[in-house]
Design a protein around this ligand. Structure first.
Ligand code: SF4
Length: 355
């Protein structure tokens, strides 16, 4: 069986599609249609035979682009298409590529182009929902707990090694990662600088160096974190914002004791690298299906605000004006969660080494 998986949504969605890719790879070759950014994430992935780039907002915009990419997709000879992204445009792509079986969610905008519709289970993690696309008709099997997978290569590891060497970080030096950014403003916890100061003083994470991950546009957030850490005597942070590819960021996360992150792409990179994760949720909730999947993970969130969740992604402004879902999360509580996640992982590693 030759499969095509169409995933042209956000980066996190692509990471969460990897368990489906691995499942399908057990049955034959798997070709993936991805945005340019998502395509880079799949480099070296052993489950992926090829990636067809669909630049839906750029070079492949419009009917001409759709037809061009459909021709490329048709050439791989897929018998089944899995519509992991639910838009009409993505479903039309599989239709135009004349893939005979097209499987998507029953809630998707593109369901008219599907030949089989799979129930979208709101209660499941999104990785599990995507995995269910490969269930046989009528089979509602729920997978065991899933972990996504990414495969940074030599290039990414070398980039990380160069970055760490530039900051005089040596093998085995403890690193704590912070990911303060998000595309959606209300998902950006405003106290990462205070957290940085608390982490520097932490007796549980002594001598840990702080790493800030994110896009180039997150550099001001990294600068604020750096300033706060230095006021309590820390060495300069390792500012990785805009300096590493996504797979490079994943490689760096593999080196970190713990990641503290908003509900954003680094959360999913950490799940793939099994980095202990403290995830801060404000206007969204893990029950929407996008919580962390690392073995050690702690969600910090406001448990009693009746307005949560207020948006599938997080609005740009709090509709109530107070933004308490994020402002009420205390740096002390987040620091304690980071200490706990890192300590649990260290204890597990010691136990494994002792066996
Ligand atoms: S309405 Fe509530 S959940 Fe939404 S941003 Fe405001 S405080 Fe957060």
């Amino acid at each position: 069986m030759i499969s095509a998986v169409l995933q042209t949504s956000f980066l996190g969605d692509m990471v969460l599609t990897t368990p489906l890719l691995e499942r399908l790879a057990g049955e034959g070759r798997v070709h993936v249609v991805a945005t340019p950014a998502n395509a880079a994430l799949l480099s070296n992935h052993p489950a992926v035979a090829s990636v067809i780039v669909f630049d839906k907002r750029g070079a492949d915009r419009g009917l001409g682009g759709l037809r061009r990419v459909a021709r490329q997709l048709r050439a791989v000879g897929a018998q089944r298409a899995y519509l992991a992204q639910g838009s009409s445009r993505t479903a039309a792509l599989a239709f135009l590529a004349r893939i005979p079986e097209r499987i998507g969610f029953d809630t998707s905008g593109g369901r008219l182009f599907s030949t089989r519709r799979v129930p979208f289970e709101p209660s499941l993690h999104h990785a599990a929902r995507l995995w269910q696309l490969a269930n046989a008709p009528g089979d509602a099997t729920v997978p065991p707990p899933l972990r996504p997978s990414l495969f940074p290569g030599e290039r990414e590891r070398a980039a990380v090694a160069a970055l760490l060497a530039a900051h005089q970080v040596h093998d085995g030096d403890p690193l704590v990662a912070l990911a303060p950014g998000s595309v959606w403003a209300t998902k950006r916890w405003p106290s990462f600088d205070a957290l940085a100061a608390a982490l520097v003083r932490s007796a549980t994470l002594p001598n840990a160096r702080l790493v800030v991950l994110g896009a180039a546009s997150d550099a001001p957030l990294a600068a604020a974190i750096d300033a706060a850490a230095r006021t309590v005597g820390a060495p300069p942070i390792i500012d990785a914002t805009g300096r590493l590819s996504l797979l490079g960021s994943a490689a760096l996360l593999a080196r970190c004791r713990v990641l503290v992150t908003n509900d954003s792409a680094p959360l999913h990179l950490a799940s793939a690298m099994n980095t202990p994760t403290v995830a801060l949720f404000g206007p969204t909730v893990p029950a929407l299906g996008f919580g962390p999947l690392a073995e050690r993970q702690i969600v910090v969130q406001h448990d009693t605000l009746p307005c949560r969740p207020c948006h599938a992604h997080g609005p740009m402004h709090c509709p109530l004006g107070h933004w308490r879902c994020m402002r009420d999360l205390s740096p002390a509580a987040v620091c304690a969660a980071a200490e706990r996640a890192a300590a649990e992982r260290a204890a597990a590693e010691r136990a494994a080494a002792a066996q």
